[in-house]
Design a protein around this ligand. Structure first.
Ligand code: EPZ
Length: 439
C-alpha cells in the first residue's frame, strides 16, 4: 500500500542534550582519515606494522575486519594496531564491509601493487553525495592495471605496472582517497610516477611518511605534484597517527556555539589555519602556545561567508558544524559547498530547531537569529551528527538526537569528552519500533 510505513526493530541509540556551557581542556584523538589509508597501506608488506594513536571508532573496526578478510592478523589495544600477515590471503574486499565504509575502497591500489590482482566492491553512494570512484580507476589504469566493473565490483589485474604521469583532477578538484590509492600502487611500480593535481591534505602527507618509513621513495607530498620512484619491496614499520584536525575543528565550533572558552590539546594548529581564520572572522580570539595547545575565547559571533574547498581551503567536513555556529549569529551568512554540493542534510534538522535556512543547490543562506530551540532531530551522516550535538548544547530546552551510530563512526567517545567539559549530554540505548520513512 502506498505510503505504508514500515516497522523495524533497531537498536537506536539516541543522545539527550540540554543547553550547556563548557569549560576546561579536551585532548584530540588520532585522525580517522589518516589512519584508514595507512591501514590499507599495510597490505603492501608482509612484515609487521605497529600503528599508534589510532582512534577507537567504528570505521577503524570496519577496516580491521576488511584487512582480516584480506589476510592480515590484527590486534588493537590501547589505541595501538599490531598488523601482521597470515599465510592465507584473499584479494576480495566484500560488499557487506566496503558498502559500510567508503575508505575501504583504497585497498584497491595496494592489492594490485602487491598481489597483482584485486576484487573490491564499489563503495556506493552515501547521504552526502554520489561518491564516484572514476579518478581512482583512471589513475590505476594509467599505471597499467586492467580494471573492469562487474556486478558492483571493481575487478583488477596488474601483471605489469609501469610508472607513468597521472593527472588526478576531477570536476570537484583533487580527490583525497584517489590520491592515496594511486600513490600506494605507484610505490611498488617499476619506474617513475608523477601524480599531478594530487590532494594536499595532511592525511596524504601522513600516508606518504608511513610509506617512506616502509622504504618507499616519494617526494612532493602536501603539494599538487607528487613524485614516486618505484621500489621492489617494502618493509614493516612503526608509526604514530597525526591528530584529527576535523575533531579539533568540531570542538572549536562547540566552543563558539556555546560561548565557552576551551583549550584544545594534542591538535596541530598548522593543519587548522582555515578554521582558525574563519573563527577569527566570526569574532573569536584564538591563540596557541609552543606546545601547540589551542586557546579558544569566543566573543559575540558575527555572520561570515564560508566556501568549502580541498585543503588548505575550509574543509567540507566542518561545514555542518560551522553552519550551527552561524545560526547563533545575528545576521546573514552564505555557505557555498564546493566539494559535496548535496551535503546539506543538516539544514532541515536545524530548521526544526527554529531556523529558516534556505538551501539552493550548493548554496545555503543562514539568517542567524541568535538562538536555537531544542527539538527531536535525526542524524544523517557523521559530520551532520556532530553539528546537531553542538546545536543541542547551544539550544534553549531539550534536544533528542536520533541515530547516533553515525557519530560513533568518526568520533571517539564524543559524549564522554563533552561531559568532561561540562556538557549536559546522555546516551540512551533505544530498542523500539520506528515508523521510519525519512532515512
Ligand atoms: C575524503 O573522502 C574523506 N574521507 C572525507 O571525509 C572528506 O569529506 C573528503 O575526503 C573531502 O575532503 C576519508 O578520508 C576516509 P574525495 P574521499 O575523493 O577521498 C569527487 C568524513 O566525514 N570525486 O576527496 O572519498 C567527490 O565526489 C569523510 O570523515 C570524484 O568526482 O573524498 C567529491 O565531490 C566524509 N571522483 C570530491 O571529488 C572520484 O573518483 C572530493 O572527494 C573521487 C572523488
Amino acid at each position: 500500500m502506498i505510503g505504508e510505513s514500515f516497522y523495524n526493530l533497531k537498536i537506536m541509540d539516541k543522545f539527550i542534550i540540554h543547553k550547556s556551557r563548557l569549560k576546561g581542556s579536551v585532548k584530540i584523538s588520532g585522525s580517522k582519515n589518516a589512519a584508514l589509508p595507512i591501514m590499507a597501506a599495510t597490505l603492501l608488506t608482509d612484515e609487521k606494522c605497529v600503528v599508534s594513536n589510532v582512534p577507537d571508532l567504528m570505521d577503524i573496526r570496519t577496516m580491521i575486519d576488511i584487512l582480516a578478510v584480506l589476510g592480515k592478523k590484527i590486534t588493537f589495544q590501547d589505541n595501538v594496531l599490531y598488523i601482521e600477515s597470515k599465510r592465507k590471503k584473499s584479494y576480495v574486499a566484500p560488499y557487506k564491509l566496503v558498502s559500510t565504509m567508503r575508505a575501504s575502497f583504497c585497498c584497491l591500489g595496494p592489492l594490485l601493487a602487491k598481489r597483482k590482482r584485486a576484487k573490491v566492491s564499489l563503495p556506493g553512494g552515501c547521504i552526502i553525495g554520489v561518491r564516484p570512484v572514476d579518478l581512482h580507476i583512471k589513475g590505476l589504469k594509467e599505471l597499467g592495471a586492467k580494471i573492469i566493473v562487474d556486478k558492483g565490483y571493481c575487478i583488477g589485474e596488474a601483471k605489469k605496472l609501469q610508472g607513468s604521469h597521472v593527472y588526478l583532477g576531477g570536476v570537484f578538484g583533487s580527490s583525497v582517497l584517489a590520491t592515496a590509492n594511486v600513490l600506494m600502487a605507484a610505490v611498488l611500480t617499476k619506474g617513475e610516477t608523477t601524480i599531478e593535481y594530487a590532494a594536499c591534505e595532511p592525511e596524504i602527507e601522513a600516508l606518504t611518511l608511513f610509506l617512506k618509513k616502509m622504504g618507499a621513495v616519494v617526494s612532493g607530498e602536501g603539494t599538487p605534484l607528487i613524485k614516486v620512484r618505484g621500489v621492489q619491496s617494502l618493509g614493516g614499520c612503526e608509526f604514530k597517527i597525526i591528530p584529527d584536525r576535523i575533531e579539533a575543528g568540531t570542538f572549536i565550533a562547540a566552543s563558539l556555539a556555546t560561548d565557552s572558552p576551551l583549550t584544545i590539546k594534542s591538535a596541530n594548529p598548522l593543519h587548522l589555519t582555515s578554521i582558525i581564520e574563519a573563527s577569527r572572522m566570526m569574532g573569536a580570539n584564538i591563540t596557541f602556545d609552543e606546545k601547540k595547545n589551542i586557546f579558544v575565547k569566543p566573543k559575540t559571533l558575527k555572520p561570515v561567508n564560508l566556501t568549502t574547498l580541498p585543503y588548505p581551503g575550509f574543509p567540507t567536513d566542518l561545514q555542518a558544524q560551522f553552519m550551527t555556529c552561524l545560526c547563533l549569529t545575528k545576521g546573514i551568512s552564505l555557505i557555498t559547498e564546493k566539494v559535496y554540493p548535496d551535503r546539506f542534510m543538516h539544514v532541515a534538522e536545524l530548521n526544526r530547531m527554529g531556523m529558516s535556512i534556505q538551501r539552493n543547490g550548493p548554496y545555503s543562506i543562514i539568517e542567524g537569529k541568535g538562538k536555537l530551540f531544542g527539538a527531536e532531530v535525526m542524524a544523517s551522516d557523521l559530520r551532520a551528527s556532530a553539528a546537531l550535538v553542538i546545536a543541542g548544547m547551544a539550544a534553549e530546552g531539550k534536544t533528542e538526537l536520533l541515530r547516533v551510530y553515525h557519530i560513533d563512526r568518526g568520533y571517539e567517545r564524543i559524549e564522554d569528552k563533552l561531559r568532561k567539559l561540562g556538557a549536559k549530554i546522555t546516551r540512551e540505548k533505544q530498542r523500539k519500533q520506528t515508523k521510519d520513512r525519512r532515512f
